[in-house]
Ligand binder design. Sequence first.
Ligand code: DQQ
Length: 579
Amino acid sequence: MNKMGFLRRLICLVILMFVHGGVNMETEGSHIVLQDLEALQPPFPNQTYRTSFHFQPPKNWMNDPNGPMVYKGVYHLFYQYNPKGADFGKISWGHSTSRDLVNWRAHIPAISPSQPADINGAWSGSATILPSGKPALLYTGHDSRHRQVQNMAVPKNASDPYLQEWVKSPRNPLIAPDEFNKINATSFRDPTTAWQGRDGRWRILIGSKVNRRGLAILYRSKDFVNWVQARHPFHSAEGTGMWECPDFYPVSTSPSGLDTSSLGSGIKHVMKVSLDDTKHEYYTVGTYDHARDKYIPDKGSVDSDVGGLRYDYGKFYASKTFYDSLKGRRILWGWINESLPSTEYVKQGWSGVQGFPRSVWLDKKGKQLVQWPVQEIEMMRSNRVEMHGTVLKKGSLVEVTGINAAQADVEATFKVRGLGKAERMEAGWSREPQVLCSQKGGTVRGGIGPFGLRVLGSKDGQEHTSVFFRVFRGNNNTHFVVLMCSDQTRSSLNEKTDKTSYGAFVDIDPVREEFSLRVLVDHSIVESYGGKGKACITSRVYPTKAIGDRAHLHAFNFGLQPLYLSKLTAWSIKNPTIN
Ligand code: DQQ
């Protein structure tokens, strides 16, 4: 609604209230007035950056995805939500459902602060489908004493596939920090989905810390109500600080996912934590020693966000997976926050988006995960355009036309013949991919690369976000290193936006493999998948010129070595119905 429309409705409302004044009308009138006032909320001053196929509530603040699950054929997504405004406040669990992970319908919040055990906020948690087939939600309550405690809620009516109403356990809190367990009451949160061991007991992890050591504390239960703390933490790592939103699940090299309680041969486990200090996540791949109830990362799997593996090397936090028993896959959700000062997003009337849901599985080398947008995205594709065998000489910038470049799915494969021009990794250069990307951005010419895609570009070239590869030769000349960057330095002429460049090293063998790059563009989101999903980078950008049909898409090569764009396929993405 524009400003005029809003004023017109406001005037009508005042007249209505005036005409219908009087005792009898007042009860009915006040009901109508309340509903109308809700509808009459002024339009958000800036809708430019709302996304089209990424999940968002209609307004207000959203952060972590909570309790994702599938129940009676319906996907559920809960999320940390402030019903009162666009900044973090007293948090509820917002709730939406979907039959296809693409179109979503909003429901009333599932959990709102009401008991002493959550009166200051219903914080993050997870869903578990119990053997009865019914779900239970475990979540952190910020209680009346400002402690973090663990609570449970169950559906009021389990025959409703939309599970619109939830009842809190009268036994809440089920788990609380006290003088005996020596748990820091302000660092004790975010219960995982429970898994059942061979002894039949349920297990959950809760994030915590002792000084700078991040911890995943293990609890066990026979009945899902009485939980007993294990003597030793399930896993911990020195120097990582508070572990938020731990996630622990089995994986195999098959894209088919596994139920959280699965054990057996050919199964590895993934442990992911979100670091409160750096707002980065990292994961390790390892072994679950169920006899000792301990997790042991594989040798070489680094237990840190520095040098370790991350789902996403850009904006992506407080993520959570669930097992989709409908389609036999594991799906990952993660929160993409704003890159604007809080005053800006409060003005905007909303804050926070969820990443497009991704399937996750173990790469065939067994050392890292592969992620890929769920296949349902294909339902929204239209206007397919294709390019084949295009030569990209040095300095090439080739426009891709025929699609909506502000709302697109682009898959490209680049082929490099001859690596002789690869730059040598110099001793003084940073080994940190993010730092390297900021030193060697999308306009800094190299030997092999930068080459890739320029998205959300303005006609005059002043604005664009470049997602690209660059190949380096290792010091001893025996190997090559592939860097993937998402360079936001020119993403917006608005000086207030954060323009950090993000980077990752990708496990691509440039001698034998082509370079695959997929980018989902959604107005203010650039979600990139390099090396067929081995490295992902999400950027949040706010173009001032490259908006809507004024956005352009290019393939480019600013390296000395010519190369081929062997194939590029791009689609516009149609608008799904979201909330
Ligand atoms: N967000 C929640 C916490 C969690 C944090 C509060 C992670 O439960 O630790 O909204 O973003």
